[in-house]
Design a binder for this molecule. Structure first.
Ligand code: PMP
Length: 358
């Protein structure tokens, strides 16, 4: 039986990358040492992290005036690091509340003593649509506007970015980095935990325009963007294995045709599932079609017991981790870059069959 893992993160990784990790695990590049054992100051790892940065720059067309940092602490760490590093002038940020992860960013900024204004929220719509910025956005008030570019739990994504004019936009791309094309220049800063589209958990990618950085007082060294930029992410011991694995995923992505090809595939996979759901008499997706994510698709029957029965039956068919986030219920299929079209087809076939026999 072929297994497809629809988990939201940590998530499926490309099979050839897992195989390469397995092959190289006892001895990295013939060194007689495992990647789990090598020094982060050694030649082998230096090349790995340099390649990872160069490949990410190429794949996302990251301009030279943006720093690329490999940090720890996950997306949650960046909810704190972003205001600490970037909210220096007004100590005030703005948030578009598009879901639980955006709300977390807002809460974390407040927890640290910053002012955070929620400019719009779709909470009363149960986050089935995206919030829009009030127009015009008052300028020279906010150090940045935070958005969650793809809402992993609710299954929405910003196709069109809010126009923040001269106020920098900070984008949480944890669940759609490299899954679709965005223009890095539209953002002051982008961050993403690796564990969905980039590789295993443990490393967090930060892409930040250097002119936004400055003397960030009271920022812990482990979260200081300027310090990490100056030290090429080697200020302290980095997550060596996670960066190595991300490096392999980036090479795989390049071989597959890069971000545009990933976007084409992710659109095809998600469209297949949405088309099925929209005509189904048993299942539905609650999200406004224009705001639907191409990487995370929540769906349900409206009956929690039946949803649970679907998850159980799917698991028996090798379709794993389809249980929806505990706050939303129902089911959710995450269709990140490593999920092949065959996985989406197998899911639709299964759902169709379940519906027929129901
Ligand atoms: N932002 C988004 C969009 C997420 O999906 C997640 C995790 N699922 C996070 C932030 C939090 O990331 P972490 O668990 O790495 O702190």
């Amino acid at each position: 039986m072929t297994i497809y893992n629809f988990a939201a993160g940590p998530a499926m990784m490309p099979a050839p990358v897992i195989k390469q990790i397995q092959d190289e695990l006892p001895s990295l590049h013939g060194s007689g040492m495992s990647i789990l054992e090598v020094s982060h100051r050694g030649q082998d790892f230096e090349k790995i992290i340099e390649d990872a940065e160069a490949d990410l720059r190429e794949l996302m067309a990251i301009p030279d005036d943006y720093a690329v940092l490999f940090m720890q602490g996950g997306g949650t760490g960046q909810f704190a690091a972003a205001p600490m590093n970037l909210a220096r002038q007004f100590k005030r940020i703005a948030v578009l509340d598009s879901g639980q992860w955006a709300a977390r960013a807002d809460a974390e900024a407040r927890r640290l003593g910053f002012t955070s204004d929620v400019l719009a929220s779709t909470k009363t719509d149960r986050y089935t649509t995206l919030p829009a910025l009030p127009e015009p956005l008052p300028q020279d008030q906010y150090d940045y506007v935070h958005i969650c570019v793809n809402n992993t739990i609710e299954g929405t994504m910003f196709r069109q970015l809010p126009a923040t004019e001269t106020t920098p936009l900070v984008g949480d791309m944890s669940s759609n980095i490299l899954a679709q094309r965005y223009n890095v220049r539209d953002f002051g800063m982008i961050f993403a935990g690796a564990q969905k589209n980039l590789g295993p958990a443990g490393v967090t990618v930060v892409i930040v325009r250097r002119d936004l950085l400055g003397d960030a007082k009271h920022v812990p060294s482990a979260f200081d963007y300027q310090l990490f930029d100056a030290k090429h992410s080697l200020y302290n011991t980095p997550p060596v294995f996670a960066i190595y694995a991300v490096g392999l995923v980036l090479k795989w992505l390049k071989e597959q045709g890069g971000v545009d090809e990933m976007q084409r595939r992710n659109e095809a996979k998600s469209q297949l599932l949405y088309d099925y759901l929209d005509q189904s008499r048993l299942f539905f997706n609650p999200v406004k079609p224009a705001d639907r994510s191409i990487t995370n698709v929540p769906f349900m029957t409206g009956d929690a017991d039946l949803d649970a029965a679907v998850v159980t039956a799917a698991t028996a068919h090798g379709l794993l981790n389809l249980k929806g986030h505990r706050s939303v219920g129902g089911l959710r299929a995450s269709l990140y870059n490593a999920m092949p079209l065959a996985g989406a087809e197998a899911l639709v076939d299964f759902l169709n069959d379940f519906e027929k026999h129901h």
